[in-house]
Design a binder for this molecule. Structure first.
Ligand code: GLY
Length: 337
C-alpha cells in the first residue's frame, strides 16, 4: 500500500474521511463499522475492481449508463438486499463511478430507512465530485437527479490506481469536471500531477460541502457549468458523457457572463484555454439547438426560477437569477461558432 492522502469532510458527528492514493481500496475493511456482518457491494459488470470488506459480502451488479440510473434499479437493488438478508446493521459499498455511487447511495438511504454506505470511487468524475458530499439520486424522464436524498457516506476511497483501467473517453470526460475546479479556487491545477489534482479538487469540494451541506447557498457553485450540461445530456439522450457536457457548459457560462458584462474577453479565453487543454469538446453537438435546451434550463434541479445560472464575475462564480433569454440565445450562438 502506497502512501495516501486524507481529506476530511467536516460535518460534525457525520464527518468522514476521503482517502486518495494508489491502492486505497484495500483499506475498505478498516472503514466497515464494528457489528456489521454483511456488505452489499454495488457495482457494474465492466468496472472489474475487486474489494474486500472483511465480512460476508455479495456483489450486486447494476446496468451501465444513465438509462439504468432510475428508480427501478433502486427497487431491484433493495429487493435483492432484502432477499439476501441485509439488515440495518449492515453496509452498502458502492464501487464505481458517479452512476454507481449515486444509485448505491440512494438505495442505502432508503433501505430500512437508511443504512451506512461507503464509496470506492473508481472514475475521475466520481473521485473529484460524485462520491463526495452525500448527494444521491436517480433521473426521471423529466430531468437528471430529480429524485434523491442527502446521505453522507462513512468514508470515500478514491483509488487512483483504478483510473488507469478507465476507458480513455471516460477518463477524458472526468477532466471536464476537473476543469470546473480551475474556476472555483483551484487555479493552475494543470500544473499538478493527476493525483494532486484529485486531492486539490476533493479539498475544494469537501470545504464546500462542510460549509453548506444542503446547498442553501455556496454549495450551488459546484454546479458551475452544469445548467447547460444537464440540458445537453437530456436533449442528446445522453450521447455526451457528463464531464463532456460540463466542459461545454463551462464555456457557455463564460459566454453568458461576458454578454452580461460580468467578465471580459480574456476570462472567456481562459475558460476556452482550460477546457481546450484537456482536449474536451468546446461546442455542443450540431444537432442540438438552443430551442432544444432552453426549455430544459427550467427543469434543472437548482433552478429557483426559469433562468438561474452560476456565472463568473469580478469576485468569481456566483448564483445569478433572471438571466435574460435573449442573452442565453446569443451566448449559445457564440458557443456554436
Ligand atoms: N456535484 C455538485 C454537488 O455535489 O453539490
Amino acid at each position: 500500500m502506497e502512501a495516501f492522502t486524507t481529506v476530511s469532510v467536516d460535518l460534525g458527528d457525520r464527518s468522514y474521511p476521503v482517502e486518495i492514493g494508489d491502492g486505497v481500496r484495500h483499506r475498505l475493511a478498516l472503514h466497515i463499522p464494528s457489528g456489521c456482518r454483511r456488505a452489499a457491494i454495488v457495482t457494474q459488470a465492466n468496472i472489474d475492481v475487486e474489494v474486500d470488506a472483511g465480512c460476508e459480502q455479495v456483489v450486486f451488479t447494476i446496468g451501465d449508463g444513465e438509462s439504468h440510473k432510475v428508480l427501478e434499479t433502486v427497487e431491484t437493488l433493495c429487493r435483492d438486499f432484502a432477499t439476501w438478508g441485509l439488515t440495518r446493521n449492515d453496509v452498502v459499498v458502492g464501487v464505481g463511478g458517479g452512476i454507481v455511487t449515486d444509485v448505491a447511495g440512494f438505495a442505502a438511504s432508503v433501505y430500512h430507512r437508511g443504512i451506512p454506505v461507503i464509496h470506492v470511487a473508481t472514475s475521475l468524475l466520481g473521485q473529484i465530485d460524485a462520491a463526495i458530499g452525500g448527494k444521491t439520486g436517480v433521473n426521471l424522464p423529466e430531468g437528471k437527479n430529480l429524485v434523491g436524498s442527502y446521505w453522507q457516506p462513512l468514508a470515500v476511497l478514491c483509488d487512483t490506481e483504478t483510473l488507469s483501467t478507465l476507458p480513455a473517453r471516460h477518463l477524458q470526460a472526468g477532466l471536464g469536471e476537473l476543469a470546473k475546479y480551475h474556476f472555483l479556487g483551484g487555479g493552475r491545477l494543470d500544473e499538478l500531477s493527476l493525483a494532486d489534482r484529485v486531492t486539490s479538487s476533493v479539498t475544494i469540494k469537501a470545504t464546500a460541502v462542510g460549509a453548506d451541506e444542503r446547498e442553501g447557498g455556496s454549495r450551488a457553485l459546484l454546479n458551475y457549468g452544469h445548467t447547460l450540461a444537464h440540458a445537453l445530456e437530456i436533449a442528446g439522450d445522453h450521447a455526451l458523457l457528463h464531464g463532456e457536457a460540463v466542459a461545454i457548459g463551462l464555456i457557455y457560462a463564460a459566454e453568458v457572463a461576458q454578454l452580461m458584462g460580468r467578465i471580459d474577453e480574456d476570462r472567456v479565453a481562459e475558460h476556452r484555454r482550460v477546457v481546450g487543454a484537456y482536449d474536451l469538446p468546446l461546442r455542443p453537438p450540431a444537432d442540438i439547438s438552443f430551442a432544444d435546451v432552453a426549455p430544459l434550463f427550467a427543469r434543472d434541479k437548482k433552478a429557483v426560477d426559469s433562468t438561474t445560472f452560476i456565472l463568473d464575475g469580478p469576485t468569481g462564480p456566483e448564483v445569478v437569477t433572471d438571466v435574460p433569454m435573449d442573452i442565453l440565445a446569443s451566448a449559445y450562438e457564440r458557443l456554436c461558432r
